[in-house]
Structure formats: C-alpha cells, structure tokens
Design a protein around this ligand. Structure first.
Ligand SMILES: [Zn+2]
Length: 504
C-alpha cells in the first residue's frame, strides 16, 4: 500500500509562520514513519498563488501578480528544509501542468452536467477570497476571520451544482466514519452538509489572475477549486516523464487546519464525485496553536517565532515540542517558556542524558564494546509490541499519542539505570555478568527508541544511531532485540543546555 500525504498549499500572500511549520512537520512525521514501514511514500506541499488577494497585493507593490508569487513562493519552498521536512515535491498552482490539469478536470465536471451559468450575489471577504453565508457573518457585516467589513458583490458566474451532492455526501459520511478526523470535525462537517447545500460559484468573472476557463475565457476558475485540485494534479507531473496518479491516488491523508474544513470536507469530495475521481481516504483536521488566547494566523501575527527556535535549538527541538506539547488534533497553547521547559526537562535531561550516560558507561566499563549478553526480560516486557503500538497511532494521525508511547520507554530506560545502578555493579567484579546484561539491555533499548523517534527527531536520531553503529531505520528494526549494537563511539551532547545563538 502506498502512502500519500499532503499539507494544504500555503497562500503566497503571507510569510511562513508557525502554523505552516506545524502542518508541514506533522505531515513529515507521517511520511517518515511510513517510509520506515517500507511503503512507497509521497509527501506533497506547495503554494496557492492565484486569486484576488495576491493580485491586489502585487498591484499595491507595483508588481505583476506572477512576480509577487515567484518571490513569495520561494520563502515557502525554503521553509521545508529548514524544518527538516522531506517532501517529495513542491507544487505551485502557477505551474502550467497544474493549470492544464485544472482545466481538464473542471471541463469534465461540466461535461458531466454539474456546471451552469447564473448570477451570484452575496457578502464577500476579499481577504478570504470567499463569499460568506448569512450564518457566517459577524456583527457589523464583518468577516469572522479578518474582522474587516464585507462587501456586497454581484457577478455573472458559472456555478458548481454542489446541491446535487447533498445525498451522496451524507452517504459518504454514513459509510466512512473516518473520512474526516477527528470525530468533532466529522460532526462539524456533517452538520454543515445537513443544513442543506447550495450551489457555489465555480468561476470569477472580473478577475484575471487565475486559471482561465477553457469554455469561456472571460472567466477564471474560483481560486479554491484551482487550489484543491493541486492534490490530484501534482501526481501527473511531480516526477519527470512519469504519471504517478494511478499508483498513488487517492491520497491517504490530507492534513489541514480547521479554518479550511468546509472546502476540504464538503466541496472537495463533491468536486471529485462530479469528476468521477476517487475520494481521498482521510481528511485530518488539526487544531490551532494558541498564544495568549489568540489563534496562530497569517493575518493576526504570532509570538513563538519558529525560525528563532530553529536557529538556537535546531529543527528537531521545534518538531518535538509542537507534537509533544499540544495533542495533535486539538487546540492547545504554546509559548516560549513551555518550549524551554520541555527542551530542558525532556530532550536534554531525559533523552540527551540517557544517550550520554549509556555511551559513557559502555566506554568506561567495557571500552566502548557492547557485551554479548541476553536482554533483561523485565525490560523486554516493557518494550513488547512497541513499534506496532506506535504504528497504530500514526495510522490514525495520533502523532502525540504515538510520541507518548515512545517517550514512556525513554523514561523507563532512565528508571532502569537508576534501579540497576551500573556504577555499583562495576565495583563488584563478581557481578560482571549482571553489568554486561544491564549495559547490553540499556543500549539496545536506547537504539530501539531512537529508531522510533526518527520521524520526530530526524537529525538527532541519525546522529545517535551513527554513534551506536546501528543506522538501520526500518520499523521492524525498532523491535527490542532486533538490532545489533557492537561498539559505541562518543557523541557530542545531542541537546546542549542553553545553546548559544547561531553566530554568537
Ligand atoms: Zn476574511
């Protein structure tokens, strides 16, 4: 089974911020975990570049929209490597191959009878590039997201017959309770569907910055439909000279934040049904990272600066913190103070110390050679079935629960050191065999958790596994006893306390 995971494509009008990093990191953890399982994995991210807000921002700067898109897309392309993301492709909706695919699929939707001409009138937020339904408008005719006044717009459009998919969508939700996850988001999407679906504009007439409608060049496609189709179009040209669609579609997971829930859980499946394309397996809706009660937002600014964190503590620390601090799928608070607390108490004290102590004791007591001793059955019991448990959580995008499973064993290994007190055994030559067993068990436990931590802490895990001389990353090698550490070598502190700022 191949595994295909996507992030939303990020709107080029914003600068990359913590919210973008969060979704991309989560998708990366899933992609890396599935690669560990030996599956064919494809991980897609990219940028959404059309629509009124980009055109407006470009004109305000005296630029063509394409120039602004080119400039800003680069910042998002650069985000992935900075946070350690291993995406297989970076799509831009201004890619000509994407545009051609949008035209092809939406022409199919029209040929299938789901497009008609009409007049749309409604309240419109130019920042959202979206019309608002009556029940979504804040007091004073304001956008609930941007708090700006909405404008009354009327235009001649082609419409997508969304209403035709009311019953098919209800059936989809009845048959596939994990189509939208977690459950609260499934309920939210289903109740929106049940309030009754109205047809929506598929095209915009007055705009030119978009994919031209092939049957009426006076129009461009509405940016949301153009954007959603990236998940599908990318497969047709991501790999030079190959079309991966048959191999990789449908997507396994679309990861999104809840502000784009309706587009992904209602419009998107309806559009795919209209085009007779298979539906994705899961849409997983993660929560917001909250700072002082305000959600992370491209418009409202942020406080915990991911780039400052990376510069000082490394990308691994940011990845770990975000997935450890806030249960993935729920809203939760983040702050620079809780970051520093977790960095010190967990990464430095629990994992970092475990690694340096284990390697240090092997070095001191056995000259770095790992004794050939049977593993301690008490420890083996605590590790039994661990990779399977982690995999079961990741299968449901429960990335924080998976990490908790692993971290409990990190803590277990630290307790094991305290219980066994190898430094006391080392003073009693007649207990050398006991010491052999403790050291062999400890280093094998460390290796096992490190393999499982690789999706979360790729750089640190690879460094540590190299020091253990056991670079295998496959999930089956994470089983306690599956590895063979023969000799360890010294390693610099994985998570130094109070690291200097870069360049200092
Ligand atoms: Zn808005």
């Amino acid at each position: 089974m191949p595994f295909y995971v996507t992030t939303p494509i990020y709107y080029v009008n914003a600068a990359p911020h913590l919210g973008h990093a969060y979704t991309t990191i989560a998708a990366d953890v899933m992609a890396r975990h599935h690669r560990q399982r030996g599956e064919e994995v494809f991980f897609l991210t990219g940028t959404d570049e059309h629509g009124e807000p980009v055109a407006d921002a470009a004109h305000a700067l005296g630029l063509e929209p394409q120039e602004l898109a080119d400039r800003n897309a680069e910042r998002f392309r650069a985000l992935a490597p900075r946070i350690g993301a291993s995406n297989d492709f970076f799509i831009r909706t201004t890619d000509p191959q994407h545009e051609a695919k949008v035209q092809e699929v939406l022409s199919q939707v029209r040929d299938n009878g789901y497009v008609y001409e009409g007049t749309y009138e409604g309240w419109y937020c130019p920042r959202c590039a979206d019309f608002k339904a009556e029940n979504e408008i804040d007091e004073g005719n304001r956008c609930p997201i941007h708090h700006i006044e909405l404008t009354r717009e009327q235009e001649e459009n082609y419409f997508f017959r969304l209403s035709a998919f009311q019953a098919p969508l209800e059936q989809l939700y009845a048959e596939r309770e994990d189509f939208v996850m977690p459950r609260t988001r499934y309920n939210e999407a289903l109740s929106f569907i049940r309030t009754g679906l109205r047809d929506v504009p598929l095209t915009r007439h007055k705009l030119t910055w978009g994919v031209p409608v092939p049957w009426d060049p006076e129009h461009v496609f509405y940016v949301w439909f153009d954007a959603l189709l990236n998940y599908y179009s990318a497969l047709s040209y991501a790999r030079e000279g190959e079309d991966l669609t048959a191999q990789l579609w449908p997507a396994s997971y679309h990861l999104i934040a809840k502000d784009i829930l309706r587009f992904h859980t209602v419009y998107w499946p309806a559009l795919l049904m209209a085009a007779e394309i298979d539906l994705p397996e899961h849409v997983f809706v993660h929560g917001y990272l909250l700072m002082e009660g305000e959600k992370m937002s491209k418009s409202l600014g942020n406080v915990l600066d991911p780039f400052a964190v990376i510069e000082r503590f490394g990308a691994d620390a940011l990845r770990f913190y975000l997935l450890r601090e806030v249960p993935f799928g729920q809203d939760g608070s983040v702050s620079t103070s809780s970051f520093e607390l977790r960095y010190e108490s967990e990464l430095a004290n629990e994992l970092g110390n475990l690694a340096s102590r284990t390697i240090g004791m092997l070095d001191r007591y056995r000259d770095g050679a790992v004794p050939a001793a049977a593993l301690d059955p008490a420890l083996a019991e605590d590790f039994a079935g661990l990779p399977e448990r982690v995999a079961a959580h990741v299968d449901r995008a429960e990335l924080t629960l998976a990490l908790e499973q692993i971290w409990q064993r990190v803590k277990r290994l630290n307790r094991y050191v305290e219980e066994q007190a190898p430094w006391r055994l080392a003073k009693e030559p007649e207990r050398a065999q006991e010491l052999d067993r403790v050291l062999a068990s400890l280093v094998e436990g460390l290796r096992s958790v490190t393999v499982l931590l690789w999706p979360y802490l790729p750089t640190s895990a690879e460094r540590l596994l190299a020091a253990l001389g056991a670079p295998e990353l496959g999930l089956s090698s994470a089983q306690l006893g599956a590895g063979e550490v023969r000799r360890v070598s010294a390693i610099d502190s994985l998570f130094p306390k109070d690291p200097p700022a870069a360049g200092a």
